[in-house]
Design a protein around this ligand. Structure first.
Ligand code: GLC
Length: 788
């Protein structure tokens, strides 16, 4: 029809015009260095370069000459006086004590190297480019040996070399295949490992961004569709350094309450109070530890957030209190969609006080989610965030201390799966379309929720788990990897996904144990729970209309294994807590790929199916059905099989036997791990703290244990205990020297050192005092009781 009108000669019909033809940024027309920022005005736009730290440089490229504002992912400010700057007609150079950023003037190019003269990021023959559709692109040289890690929540293997990825928070119910992309989280940060040199890059843009790591002709590129091209480079020189630098910029997680690190049980949904109590009773009756139970969407009145259905949950306050006396926390789901219902106070108030996301003409955006037609708070406005945060008093008033944020991509049941991109967000008086800010929505909801809960809970720690997020989400929430399925392949997928999340600043992460959709089975649940016991977030969750998957559903054999591993989590609790503290302090993950600790060992570079807890424990889950063997790679040194005490040589692959009740775990010789007692939940005091020492020939093992009250934020003011102990072993003597930092003292009945060695010791000294009389032999190990 239209072809019969003048539309037939519309210039947009010309294919050549429609092509996204890239144009080079061109030559520098003018350069200025002012106030800590060097500005290059080029033919194709303006580049600003500034330093946040000697090791952290920020480069922004926009078509106009305004320095773009960083997103809320960034917690630091740029600093003046960190660099020197010089330029000629042909070249320019900025230098700090750690980084050299330099390049050509015509065409404008940026090359970043460290002060040892090693090139980190050089631009390929193409550099910065743009097109008239608003895309800005940066091409970087790729080296053959480069490996890429991070990128947040992505399917596939650990190393992302050769992958193409998009950052656009998306509710993907099915499928989660190796090529499924994007998922719920957008963390546009990655690490490059080049032989033994490493560095990081964070591409800070909350709209849709792309990374093409396919290395076409020795280069890769990344680009955005809206806003400026805005990236930070972190100098490394190790992977760990680069993660620390990135989390310095985007923040680190506060310590969660101890209960958040225990075992959690969930289901879509435990639909009534009676059902919740029945599940909890069963845990008690069967003596299976439990720290939290989740309320999925059925708890609400017609899926209205901040309500309980009175019929299903007649007395939520009493239920929460009763469970709390047992040491079990209730975590309700809170989605962003607010039901359009003039009788519903949250909707009413949101409308009256202008809290919802709107179009430019002032009309509210409505989308269909669980409650039907719903409005969505505009979290880009701080007052809306505060309003939402304060609403959580509804939960804290009845004793709830943790929240589960879901559907916050935001997910909408429509073709685009999200909010209309033409919605214009308030953005603190700097209005931007949803298209430009999409990936921040879940992050900002998490921020509002965390801050509201924190305020309402006063000095108590809160816990939040979220599905969607952006860089920096670790400041507010743990992340779970969304709607996986009860497939062995999805158990396999979870391992590199969690490791890459960990390398992207999100130390507190995990997958739905047992699998969410599809029916699980006993063996899969058992193997997944074995793995889950070693993931930072440990929650069993399953979808409506699937087979139930509580620990006891699949008969006695499965129950015994599942229970054993839930209990094991509590035994390993002091060890986990130590690494959570480390993540809080440094940003380094709890669950680590081997490449993080052994970057010089090439065998670790692509190792995606085994991981470390902290530095010295290797976990190698079994992830195929009816399988009792697997290959485990052990890096340099000697390694002790945690279950059998057999010693294995490092730098080798081993075929390891693991019956259905065993997950292969190895401890590095010359190190130690801390254990506690098996408990009903973390509310119970520690009664038996043991440091298991696996001595090597060097015979000197040091360990730093961390503890605090696990409940309040007083650790921030020094109310913690860092207990450092050195274990020196000579032919017949054990010498223990300890010191303590912080004001907290755990009330522990027993603290002991367990030496895993067949040497017969005759004497033990603890901080100069003879404690030989408290030495015993148990299970072939020498135990020194320090509480005497
Ligand atoms: C989404 C969540 C899932 C939850 C369900 C119902 O699919 O990812 O965990 O159970 O919604 O709320």
């Amino acid at each position: 029809m239209l072809q019969n009108t003048s539309f037939a000669i519309h210039p947009g019909n010309n294919n050549k015009e429609n092509k996204r033809v890239l144009k080079d940024i061109g030559r520098v027309k003018d350069v200025q260095s002012d106030d800590g920022v060097v500005t290059f005005c080029c033919e194709g736009g303006t580049v600003h370069i500034q330093f946040y730290h000697e090791e952290v440089v920020r480069v922004t490229y926009a078509r106009n000459n305004v320095v773009p504002l960083p997103t809320q992912a960034v917690t630091q400010q740029s600093k003046k006086g960190l660099f020197t700057f010089e330029h000629t007609e042909h070249m320019w150079k900025m230098q700090t004590e750690k980084l050299i950023v330099e390049g050509n003037m015509s065409p404008f190019r940026i090359n970043i190297s460290n002060t040892n003269g090693e090139s980190l990021l050089a631009e390929s023959d193409k550099g910065l480019a743009y097109n008239f559709q608003g895309d800005l692109v940066n091409f970087k040289q790729a080296h053959d040996q480069d490996r890429y890690y991070g990128f947040g929540e992505k399917t596939g293997f650990l190393d992302k070399k050769g992958e193409k990825m998009t950052m656009w928070n998306t509710d993907v119910y099915a499928p989660h295949n190796p090529e499924t992309d994007p998922l719920y989280q957008s963390i546009p940060f990655f690490l490059t490992l080049r032989e033994s040199l490493a560095f990081g890059l964070f591409f800070d843009n909350p709209g849709k961004t792309h990374f093409n790591m396919k290395e076409d002709k020795g280069s890769y590129y990344f680009h955005n569709e809206t806003g400026a091209l805005d990236y930070y480079v972190f100098a490394g020189p190790t992977l760990k350094d680069a993660i620390q630098q990135y989390t310095w910029l985007t923040g680190r997680m506060p310590l969660p309450p101890k209960w958040a690190i225990g075992y959690h049980q969930s289901r879509f949904s435990y639909e009534t109070e009676a059902e919740v109590m029945e599940v909890v009773d069963k845990f008690e009756e069967k003596n299976i530890p439990l720290d939290a139970i989740y309320l999925d969407i059925h708890y609400m009145d017609g899926y209205r957030v901040f309500t309980f259905d009175e019929g299903r949950f007649p007395n939520p306050k009493k239920m929460v209190e009763t469970l709390k006396t047992k040491g079990i926390h209730v975590v309700p789901i809170v989605d962003p969609g607010v039901k359009e219902d003039p009788n519903y106070p949250v909707y009413q108030e949101g409308m009256r006080k202008n809290k919802f996301s709107k179009f430019l003409d002032g009309s509210v955006f409505y989308g269909n989610v669980w409650p039907g037609k719903s409005a969505f708070p505009d979290f880009t406005s701080e007052t809306v965030g505060r309003w939402w945060g304060n609403l959580h008093q509804y939960y804290t008033d009845i004793g709830i201390e943790g929240i589960w944020n879901d559907m916050n991509e935001p997910a909408v049941f429509n073709e685009t799966m999200t909010m209309d991109l033409k919605v214009v967000h308030d953005n603190e008086g700097n209005p931007k379309t949803h298209n430009e800010l999409h990936n921040l929505y879940g992050f900002l909801m998490g921020k509002a929720t965390f801050e509201g809960m924190k305020k309402n809970l006063d000095s108590k720690r809160t816990f939040l788990v979220t599905r969607a997020g952006y860089s920096g989400i670790q400041r507010y929430a743990a992340v779970w990897t969304g709607d996986n399925r009860s497939f062995w392949e999805h158990l396999q997928l979870a391992v590199p996904m969690c490791m890459n999340l960990g390398m992207s600043g999100v130390a507190f992460c995990g997958s739905d144990i047992g699998g969410f959709a599809h029916d699980t089975n006993g063996q899969l649940l058992a193997r997944w729970t074995q793995f889950g016991a070693f993931t930072p977030f440990f929650r069993n969750h399953s979808a409506a209309d699937t087979i139930r998957q509580e620990p006891w559903v699949f008969g006695e054999q499965t129950e015994i294994i599942v229970k054993k591993y839930i209990q094991l989590r509590y035994q390993w609790f002091p060890e986990f807590y130590k690494w959570f503290y480390e993540a809080h302090k440094t940003g380094l993950p709890v669950m680590r790929p081997l490449v993080l600790e052994y970057p010089n060992d090439k065998e670790t570079h692509h190792l995606f199916d085994q991981f470390l807890i902290g530095e010295n424990t290797i976990v190698a889950p079994i992830m195929t059905p009816d399988t009792k063997h697997r290959v485990v790679y052990l890096p340099e040194g000697k390694w002790i099989n945690y279950w059998t005490e057999d010693v294995f040589d490092g730098n080798r692959h081993h075929l390891v036997y693991a019956d259905f009740d065993i997950i292969p775990v190895f401890i590095k010789q010359g190190s130690a791990i801390a254990h506690g007692s098996i408990k009903a939940n973390t509310k119970q005091q520690e009664t038996d703290w043991q440091l298991h020492v696996y001595p090597s020939n060097e015979d000197k093992v040091t360990y730093e244990a961390y503890d605090d009250n696990g409940e309040t934020t007083s650790y921030e003011e020094g109310d913690y205990e860092l207990y450092r102990i050195q274990v020196k072993l000579s032919e017949s003597m054990i010498e223990l020297v300890s010191n303590v930092e912080g004001t907290f003292r755990p009330s522990m009945d027993q603290r002991s050192i367990v030496i895993h060695s067949d040497v017969t010791y005759e004497k033990a000294i603890y901080n100069g005092v003879d404690v030989t009389s408290s030495m015993t032999i148990e299970n072939g190990c020498t135990v020194v009781d320090l509480s005497i």
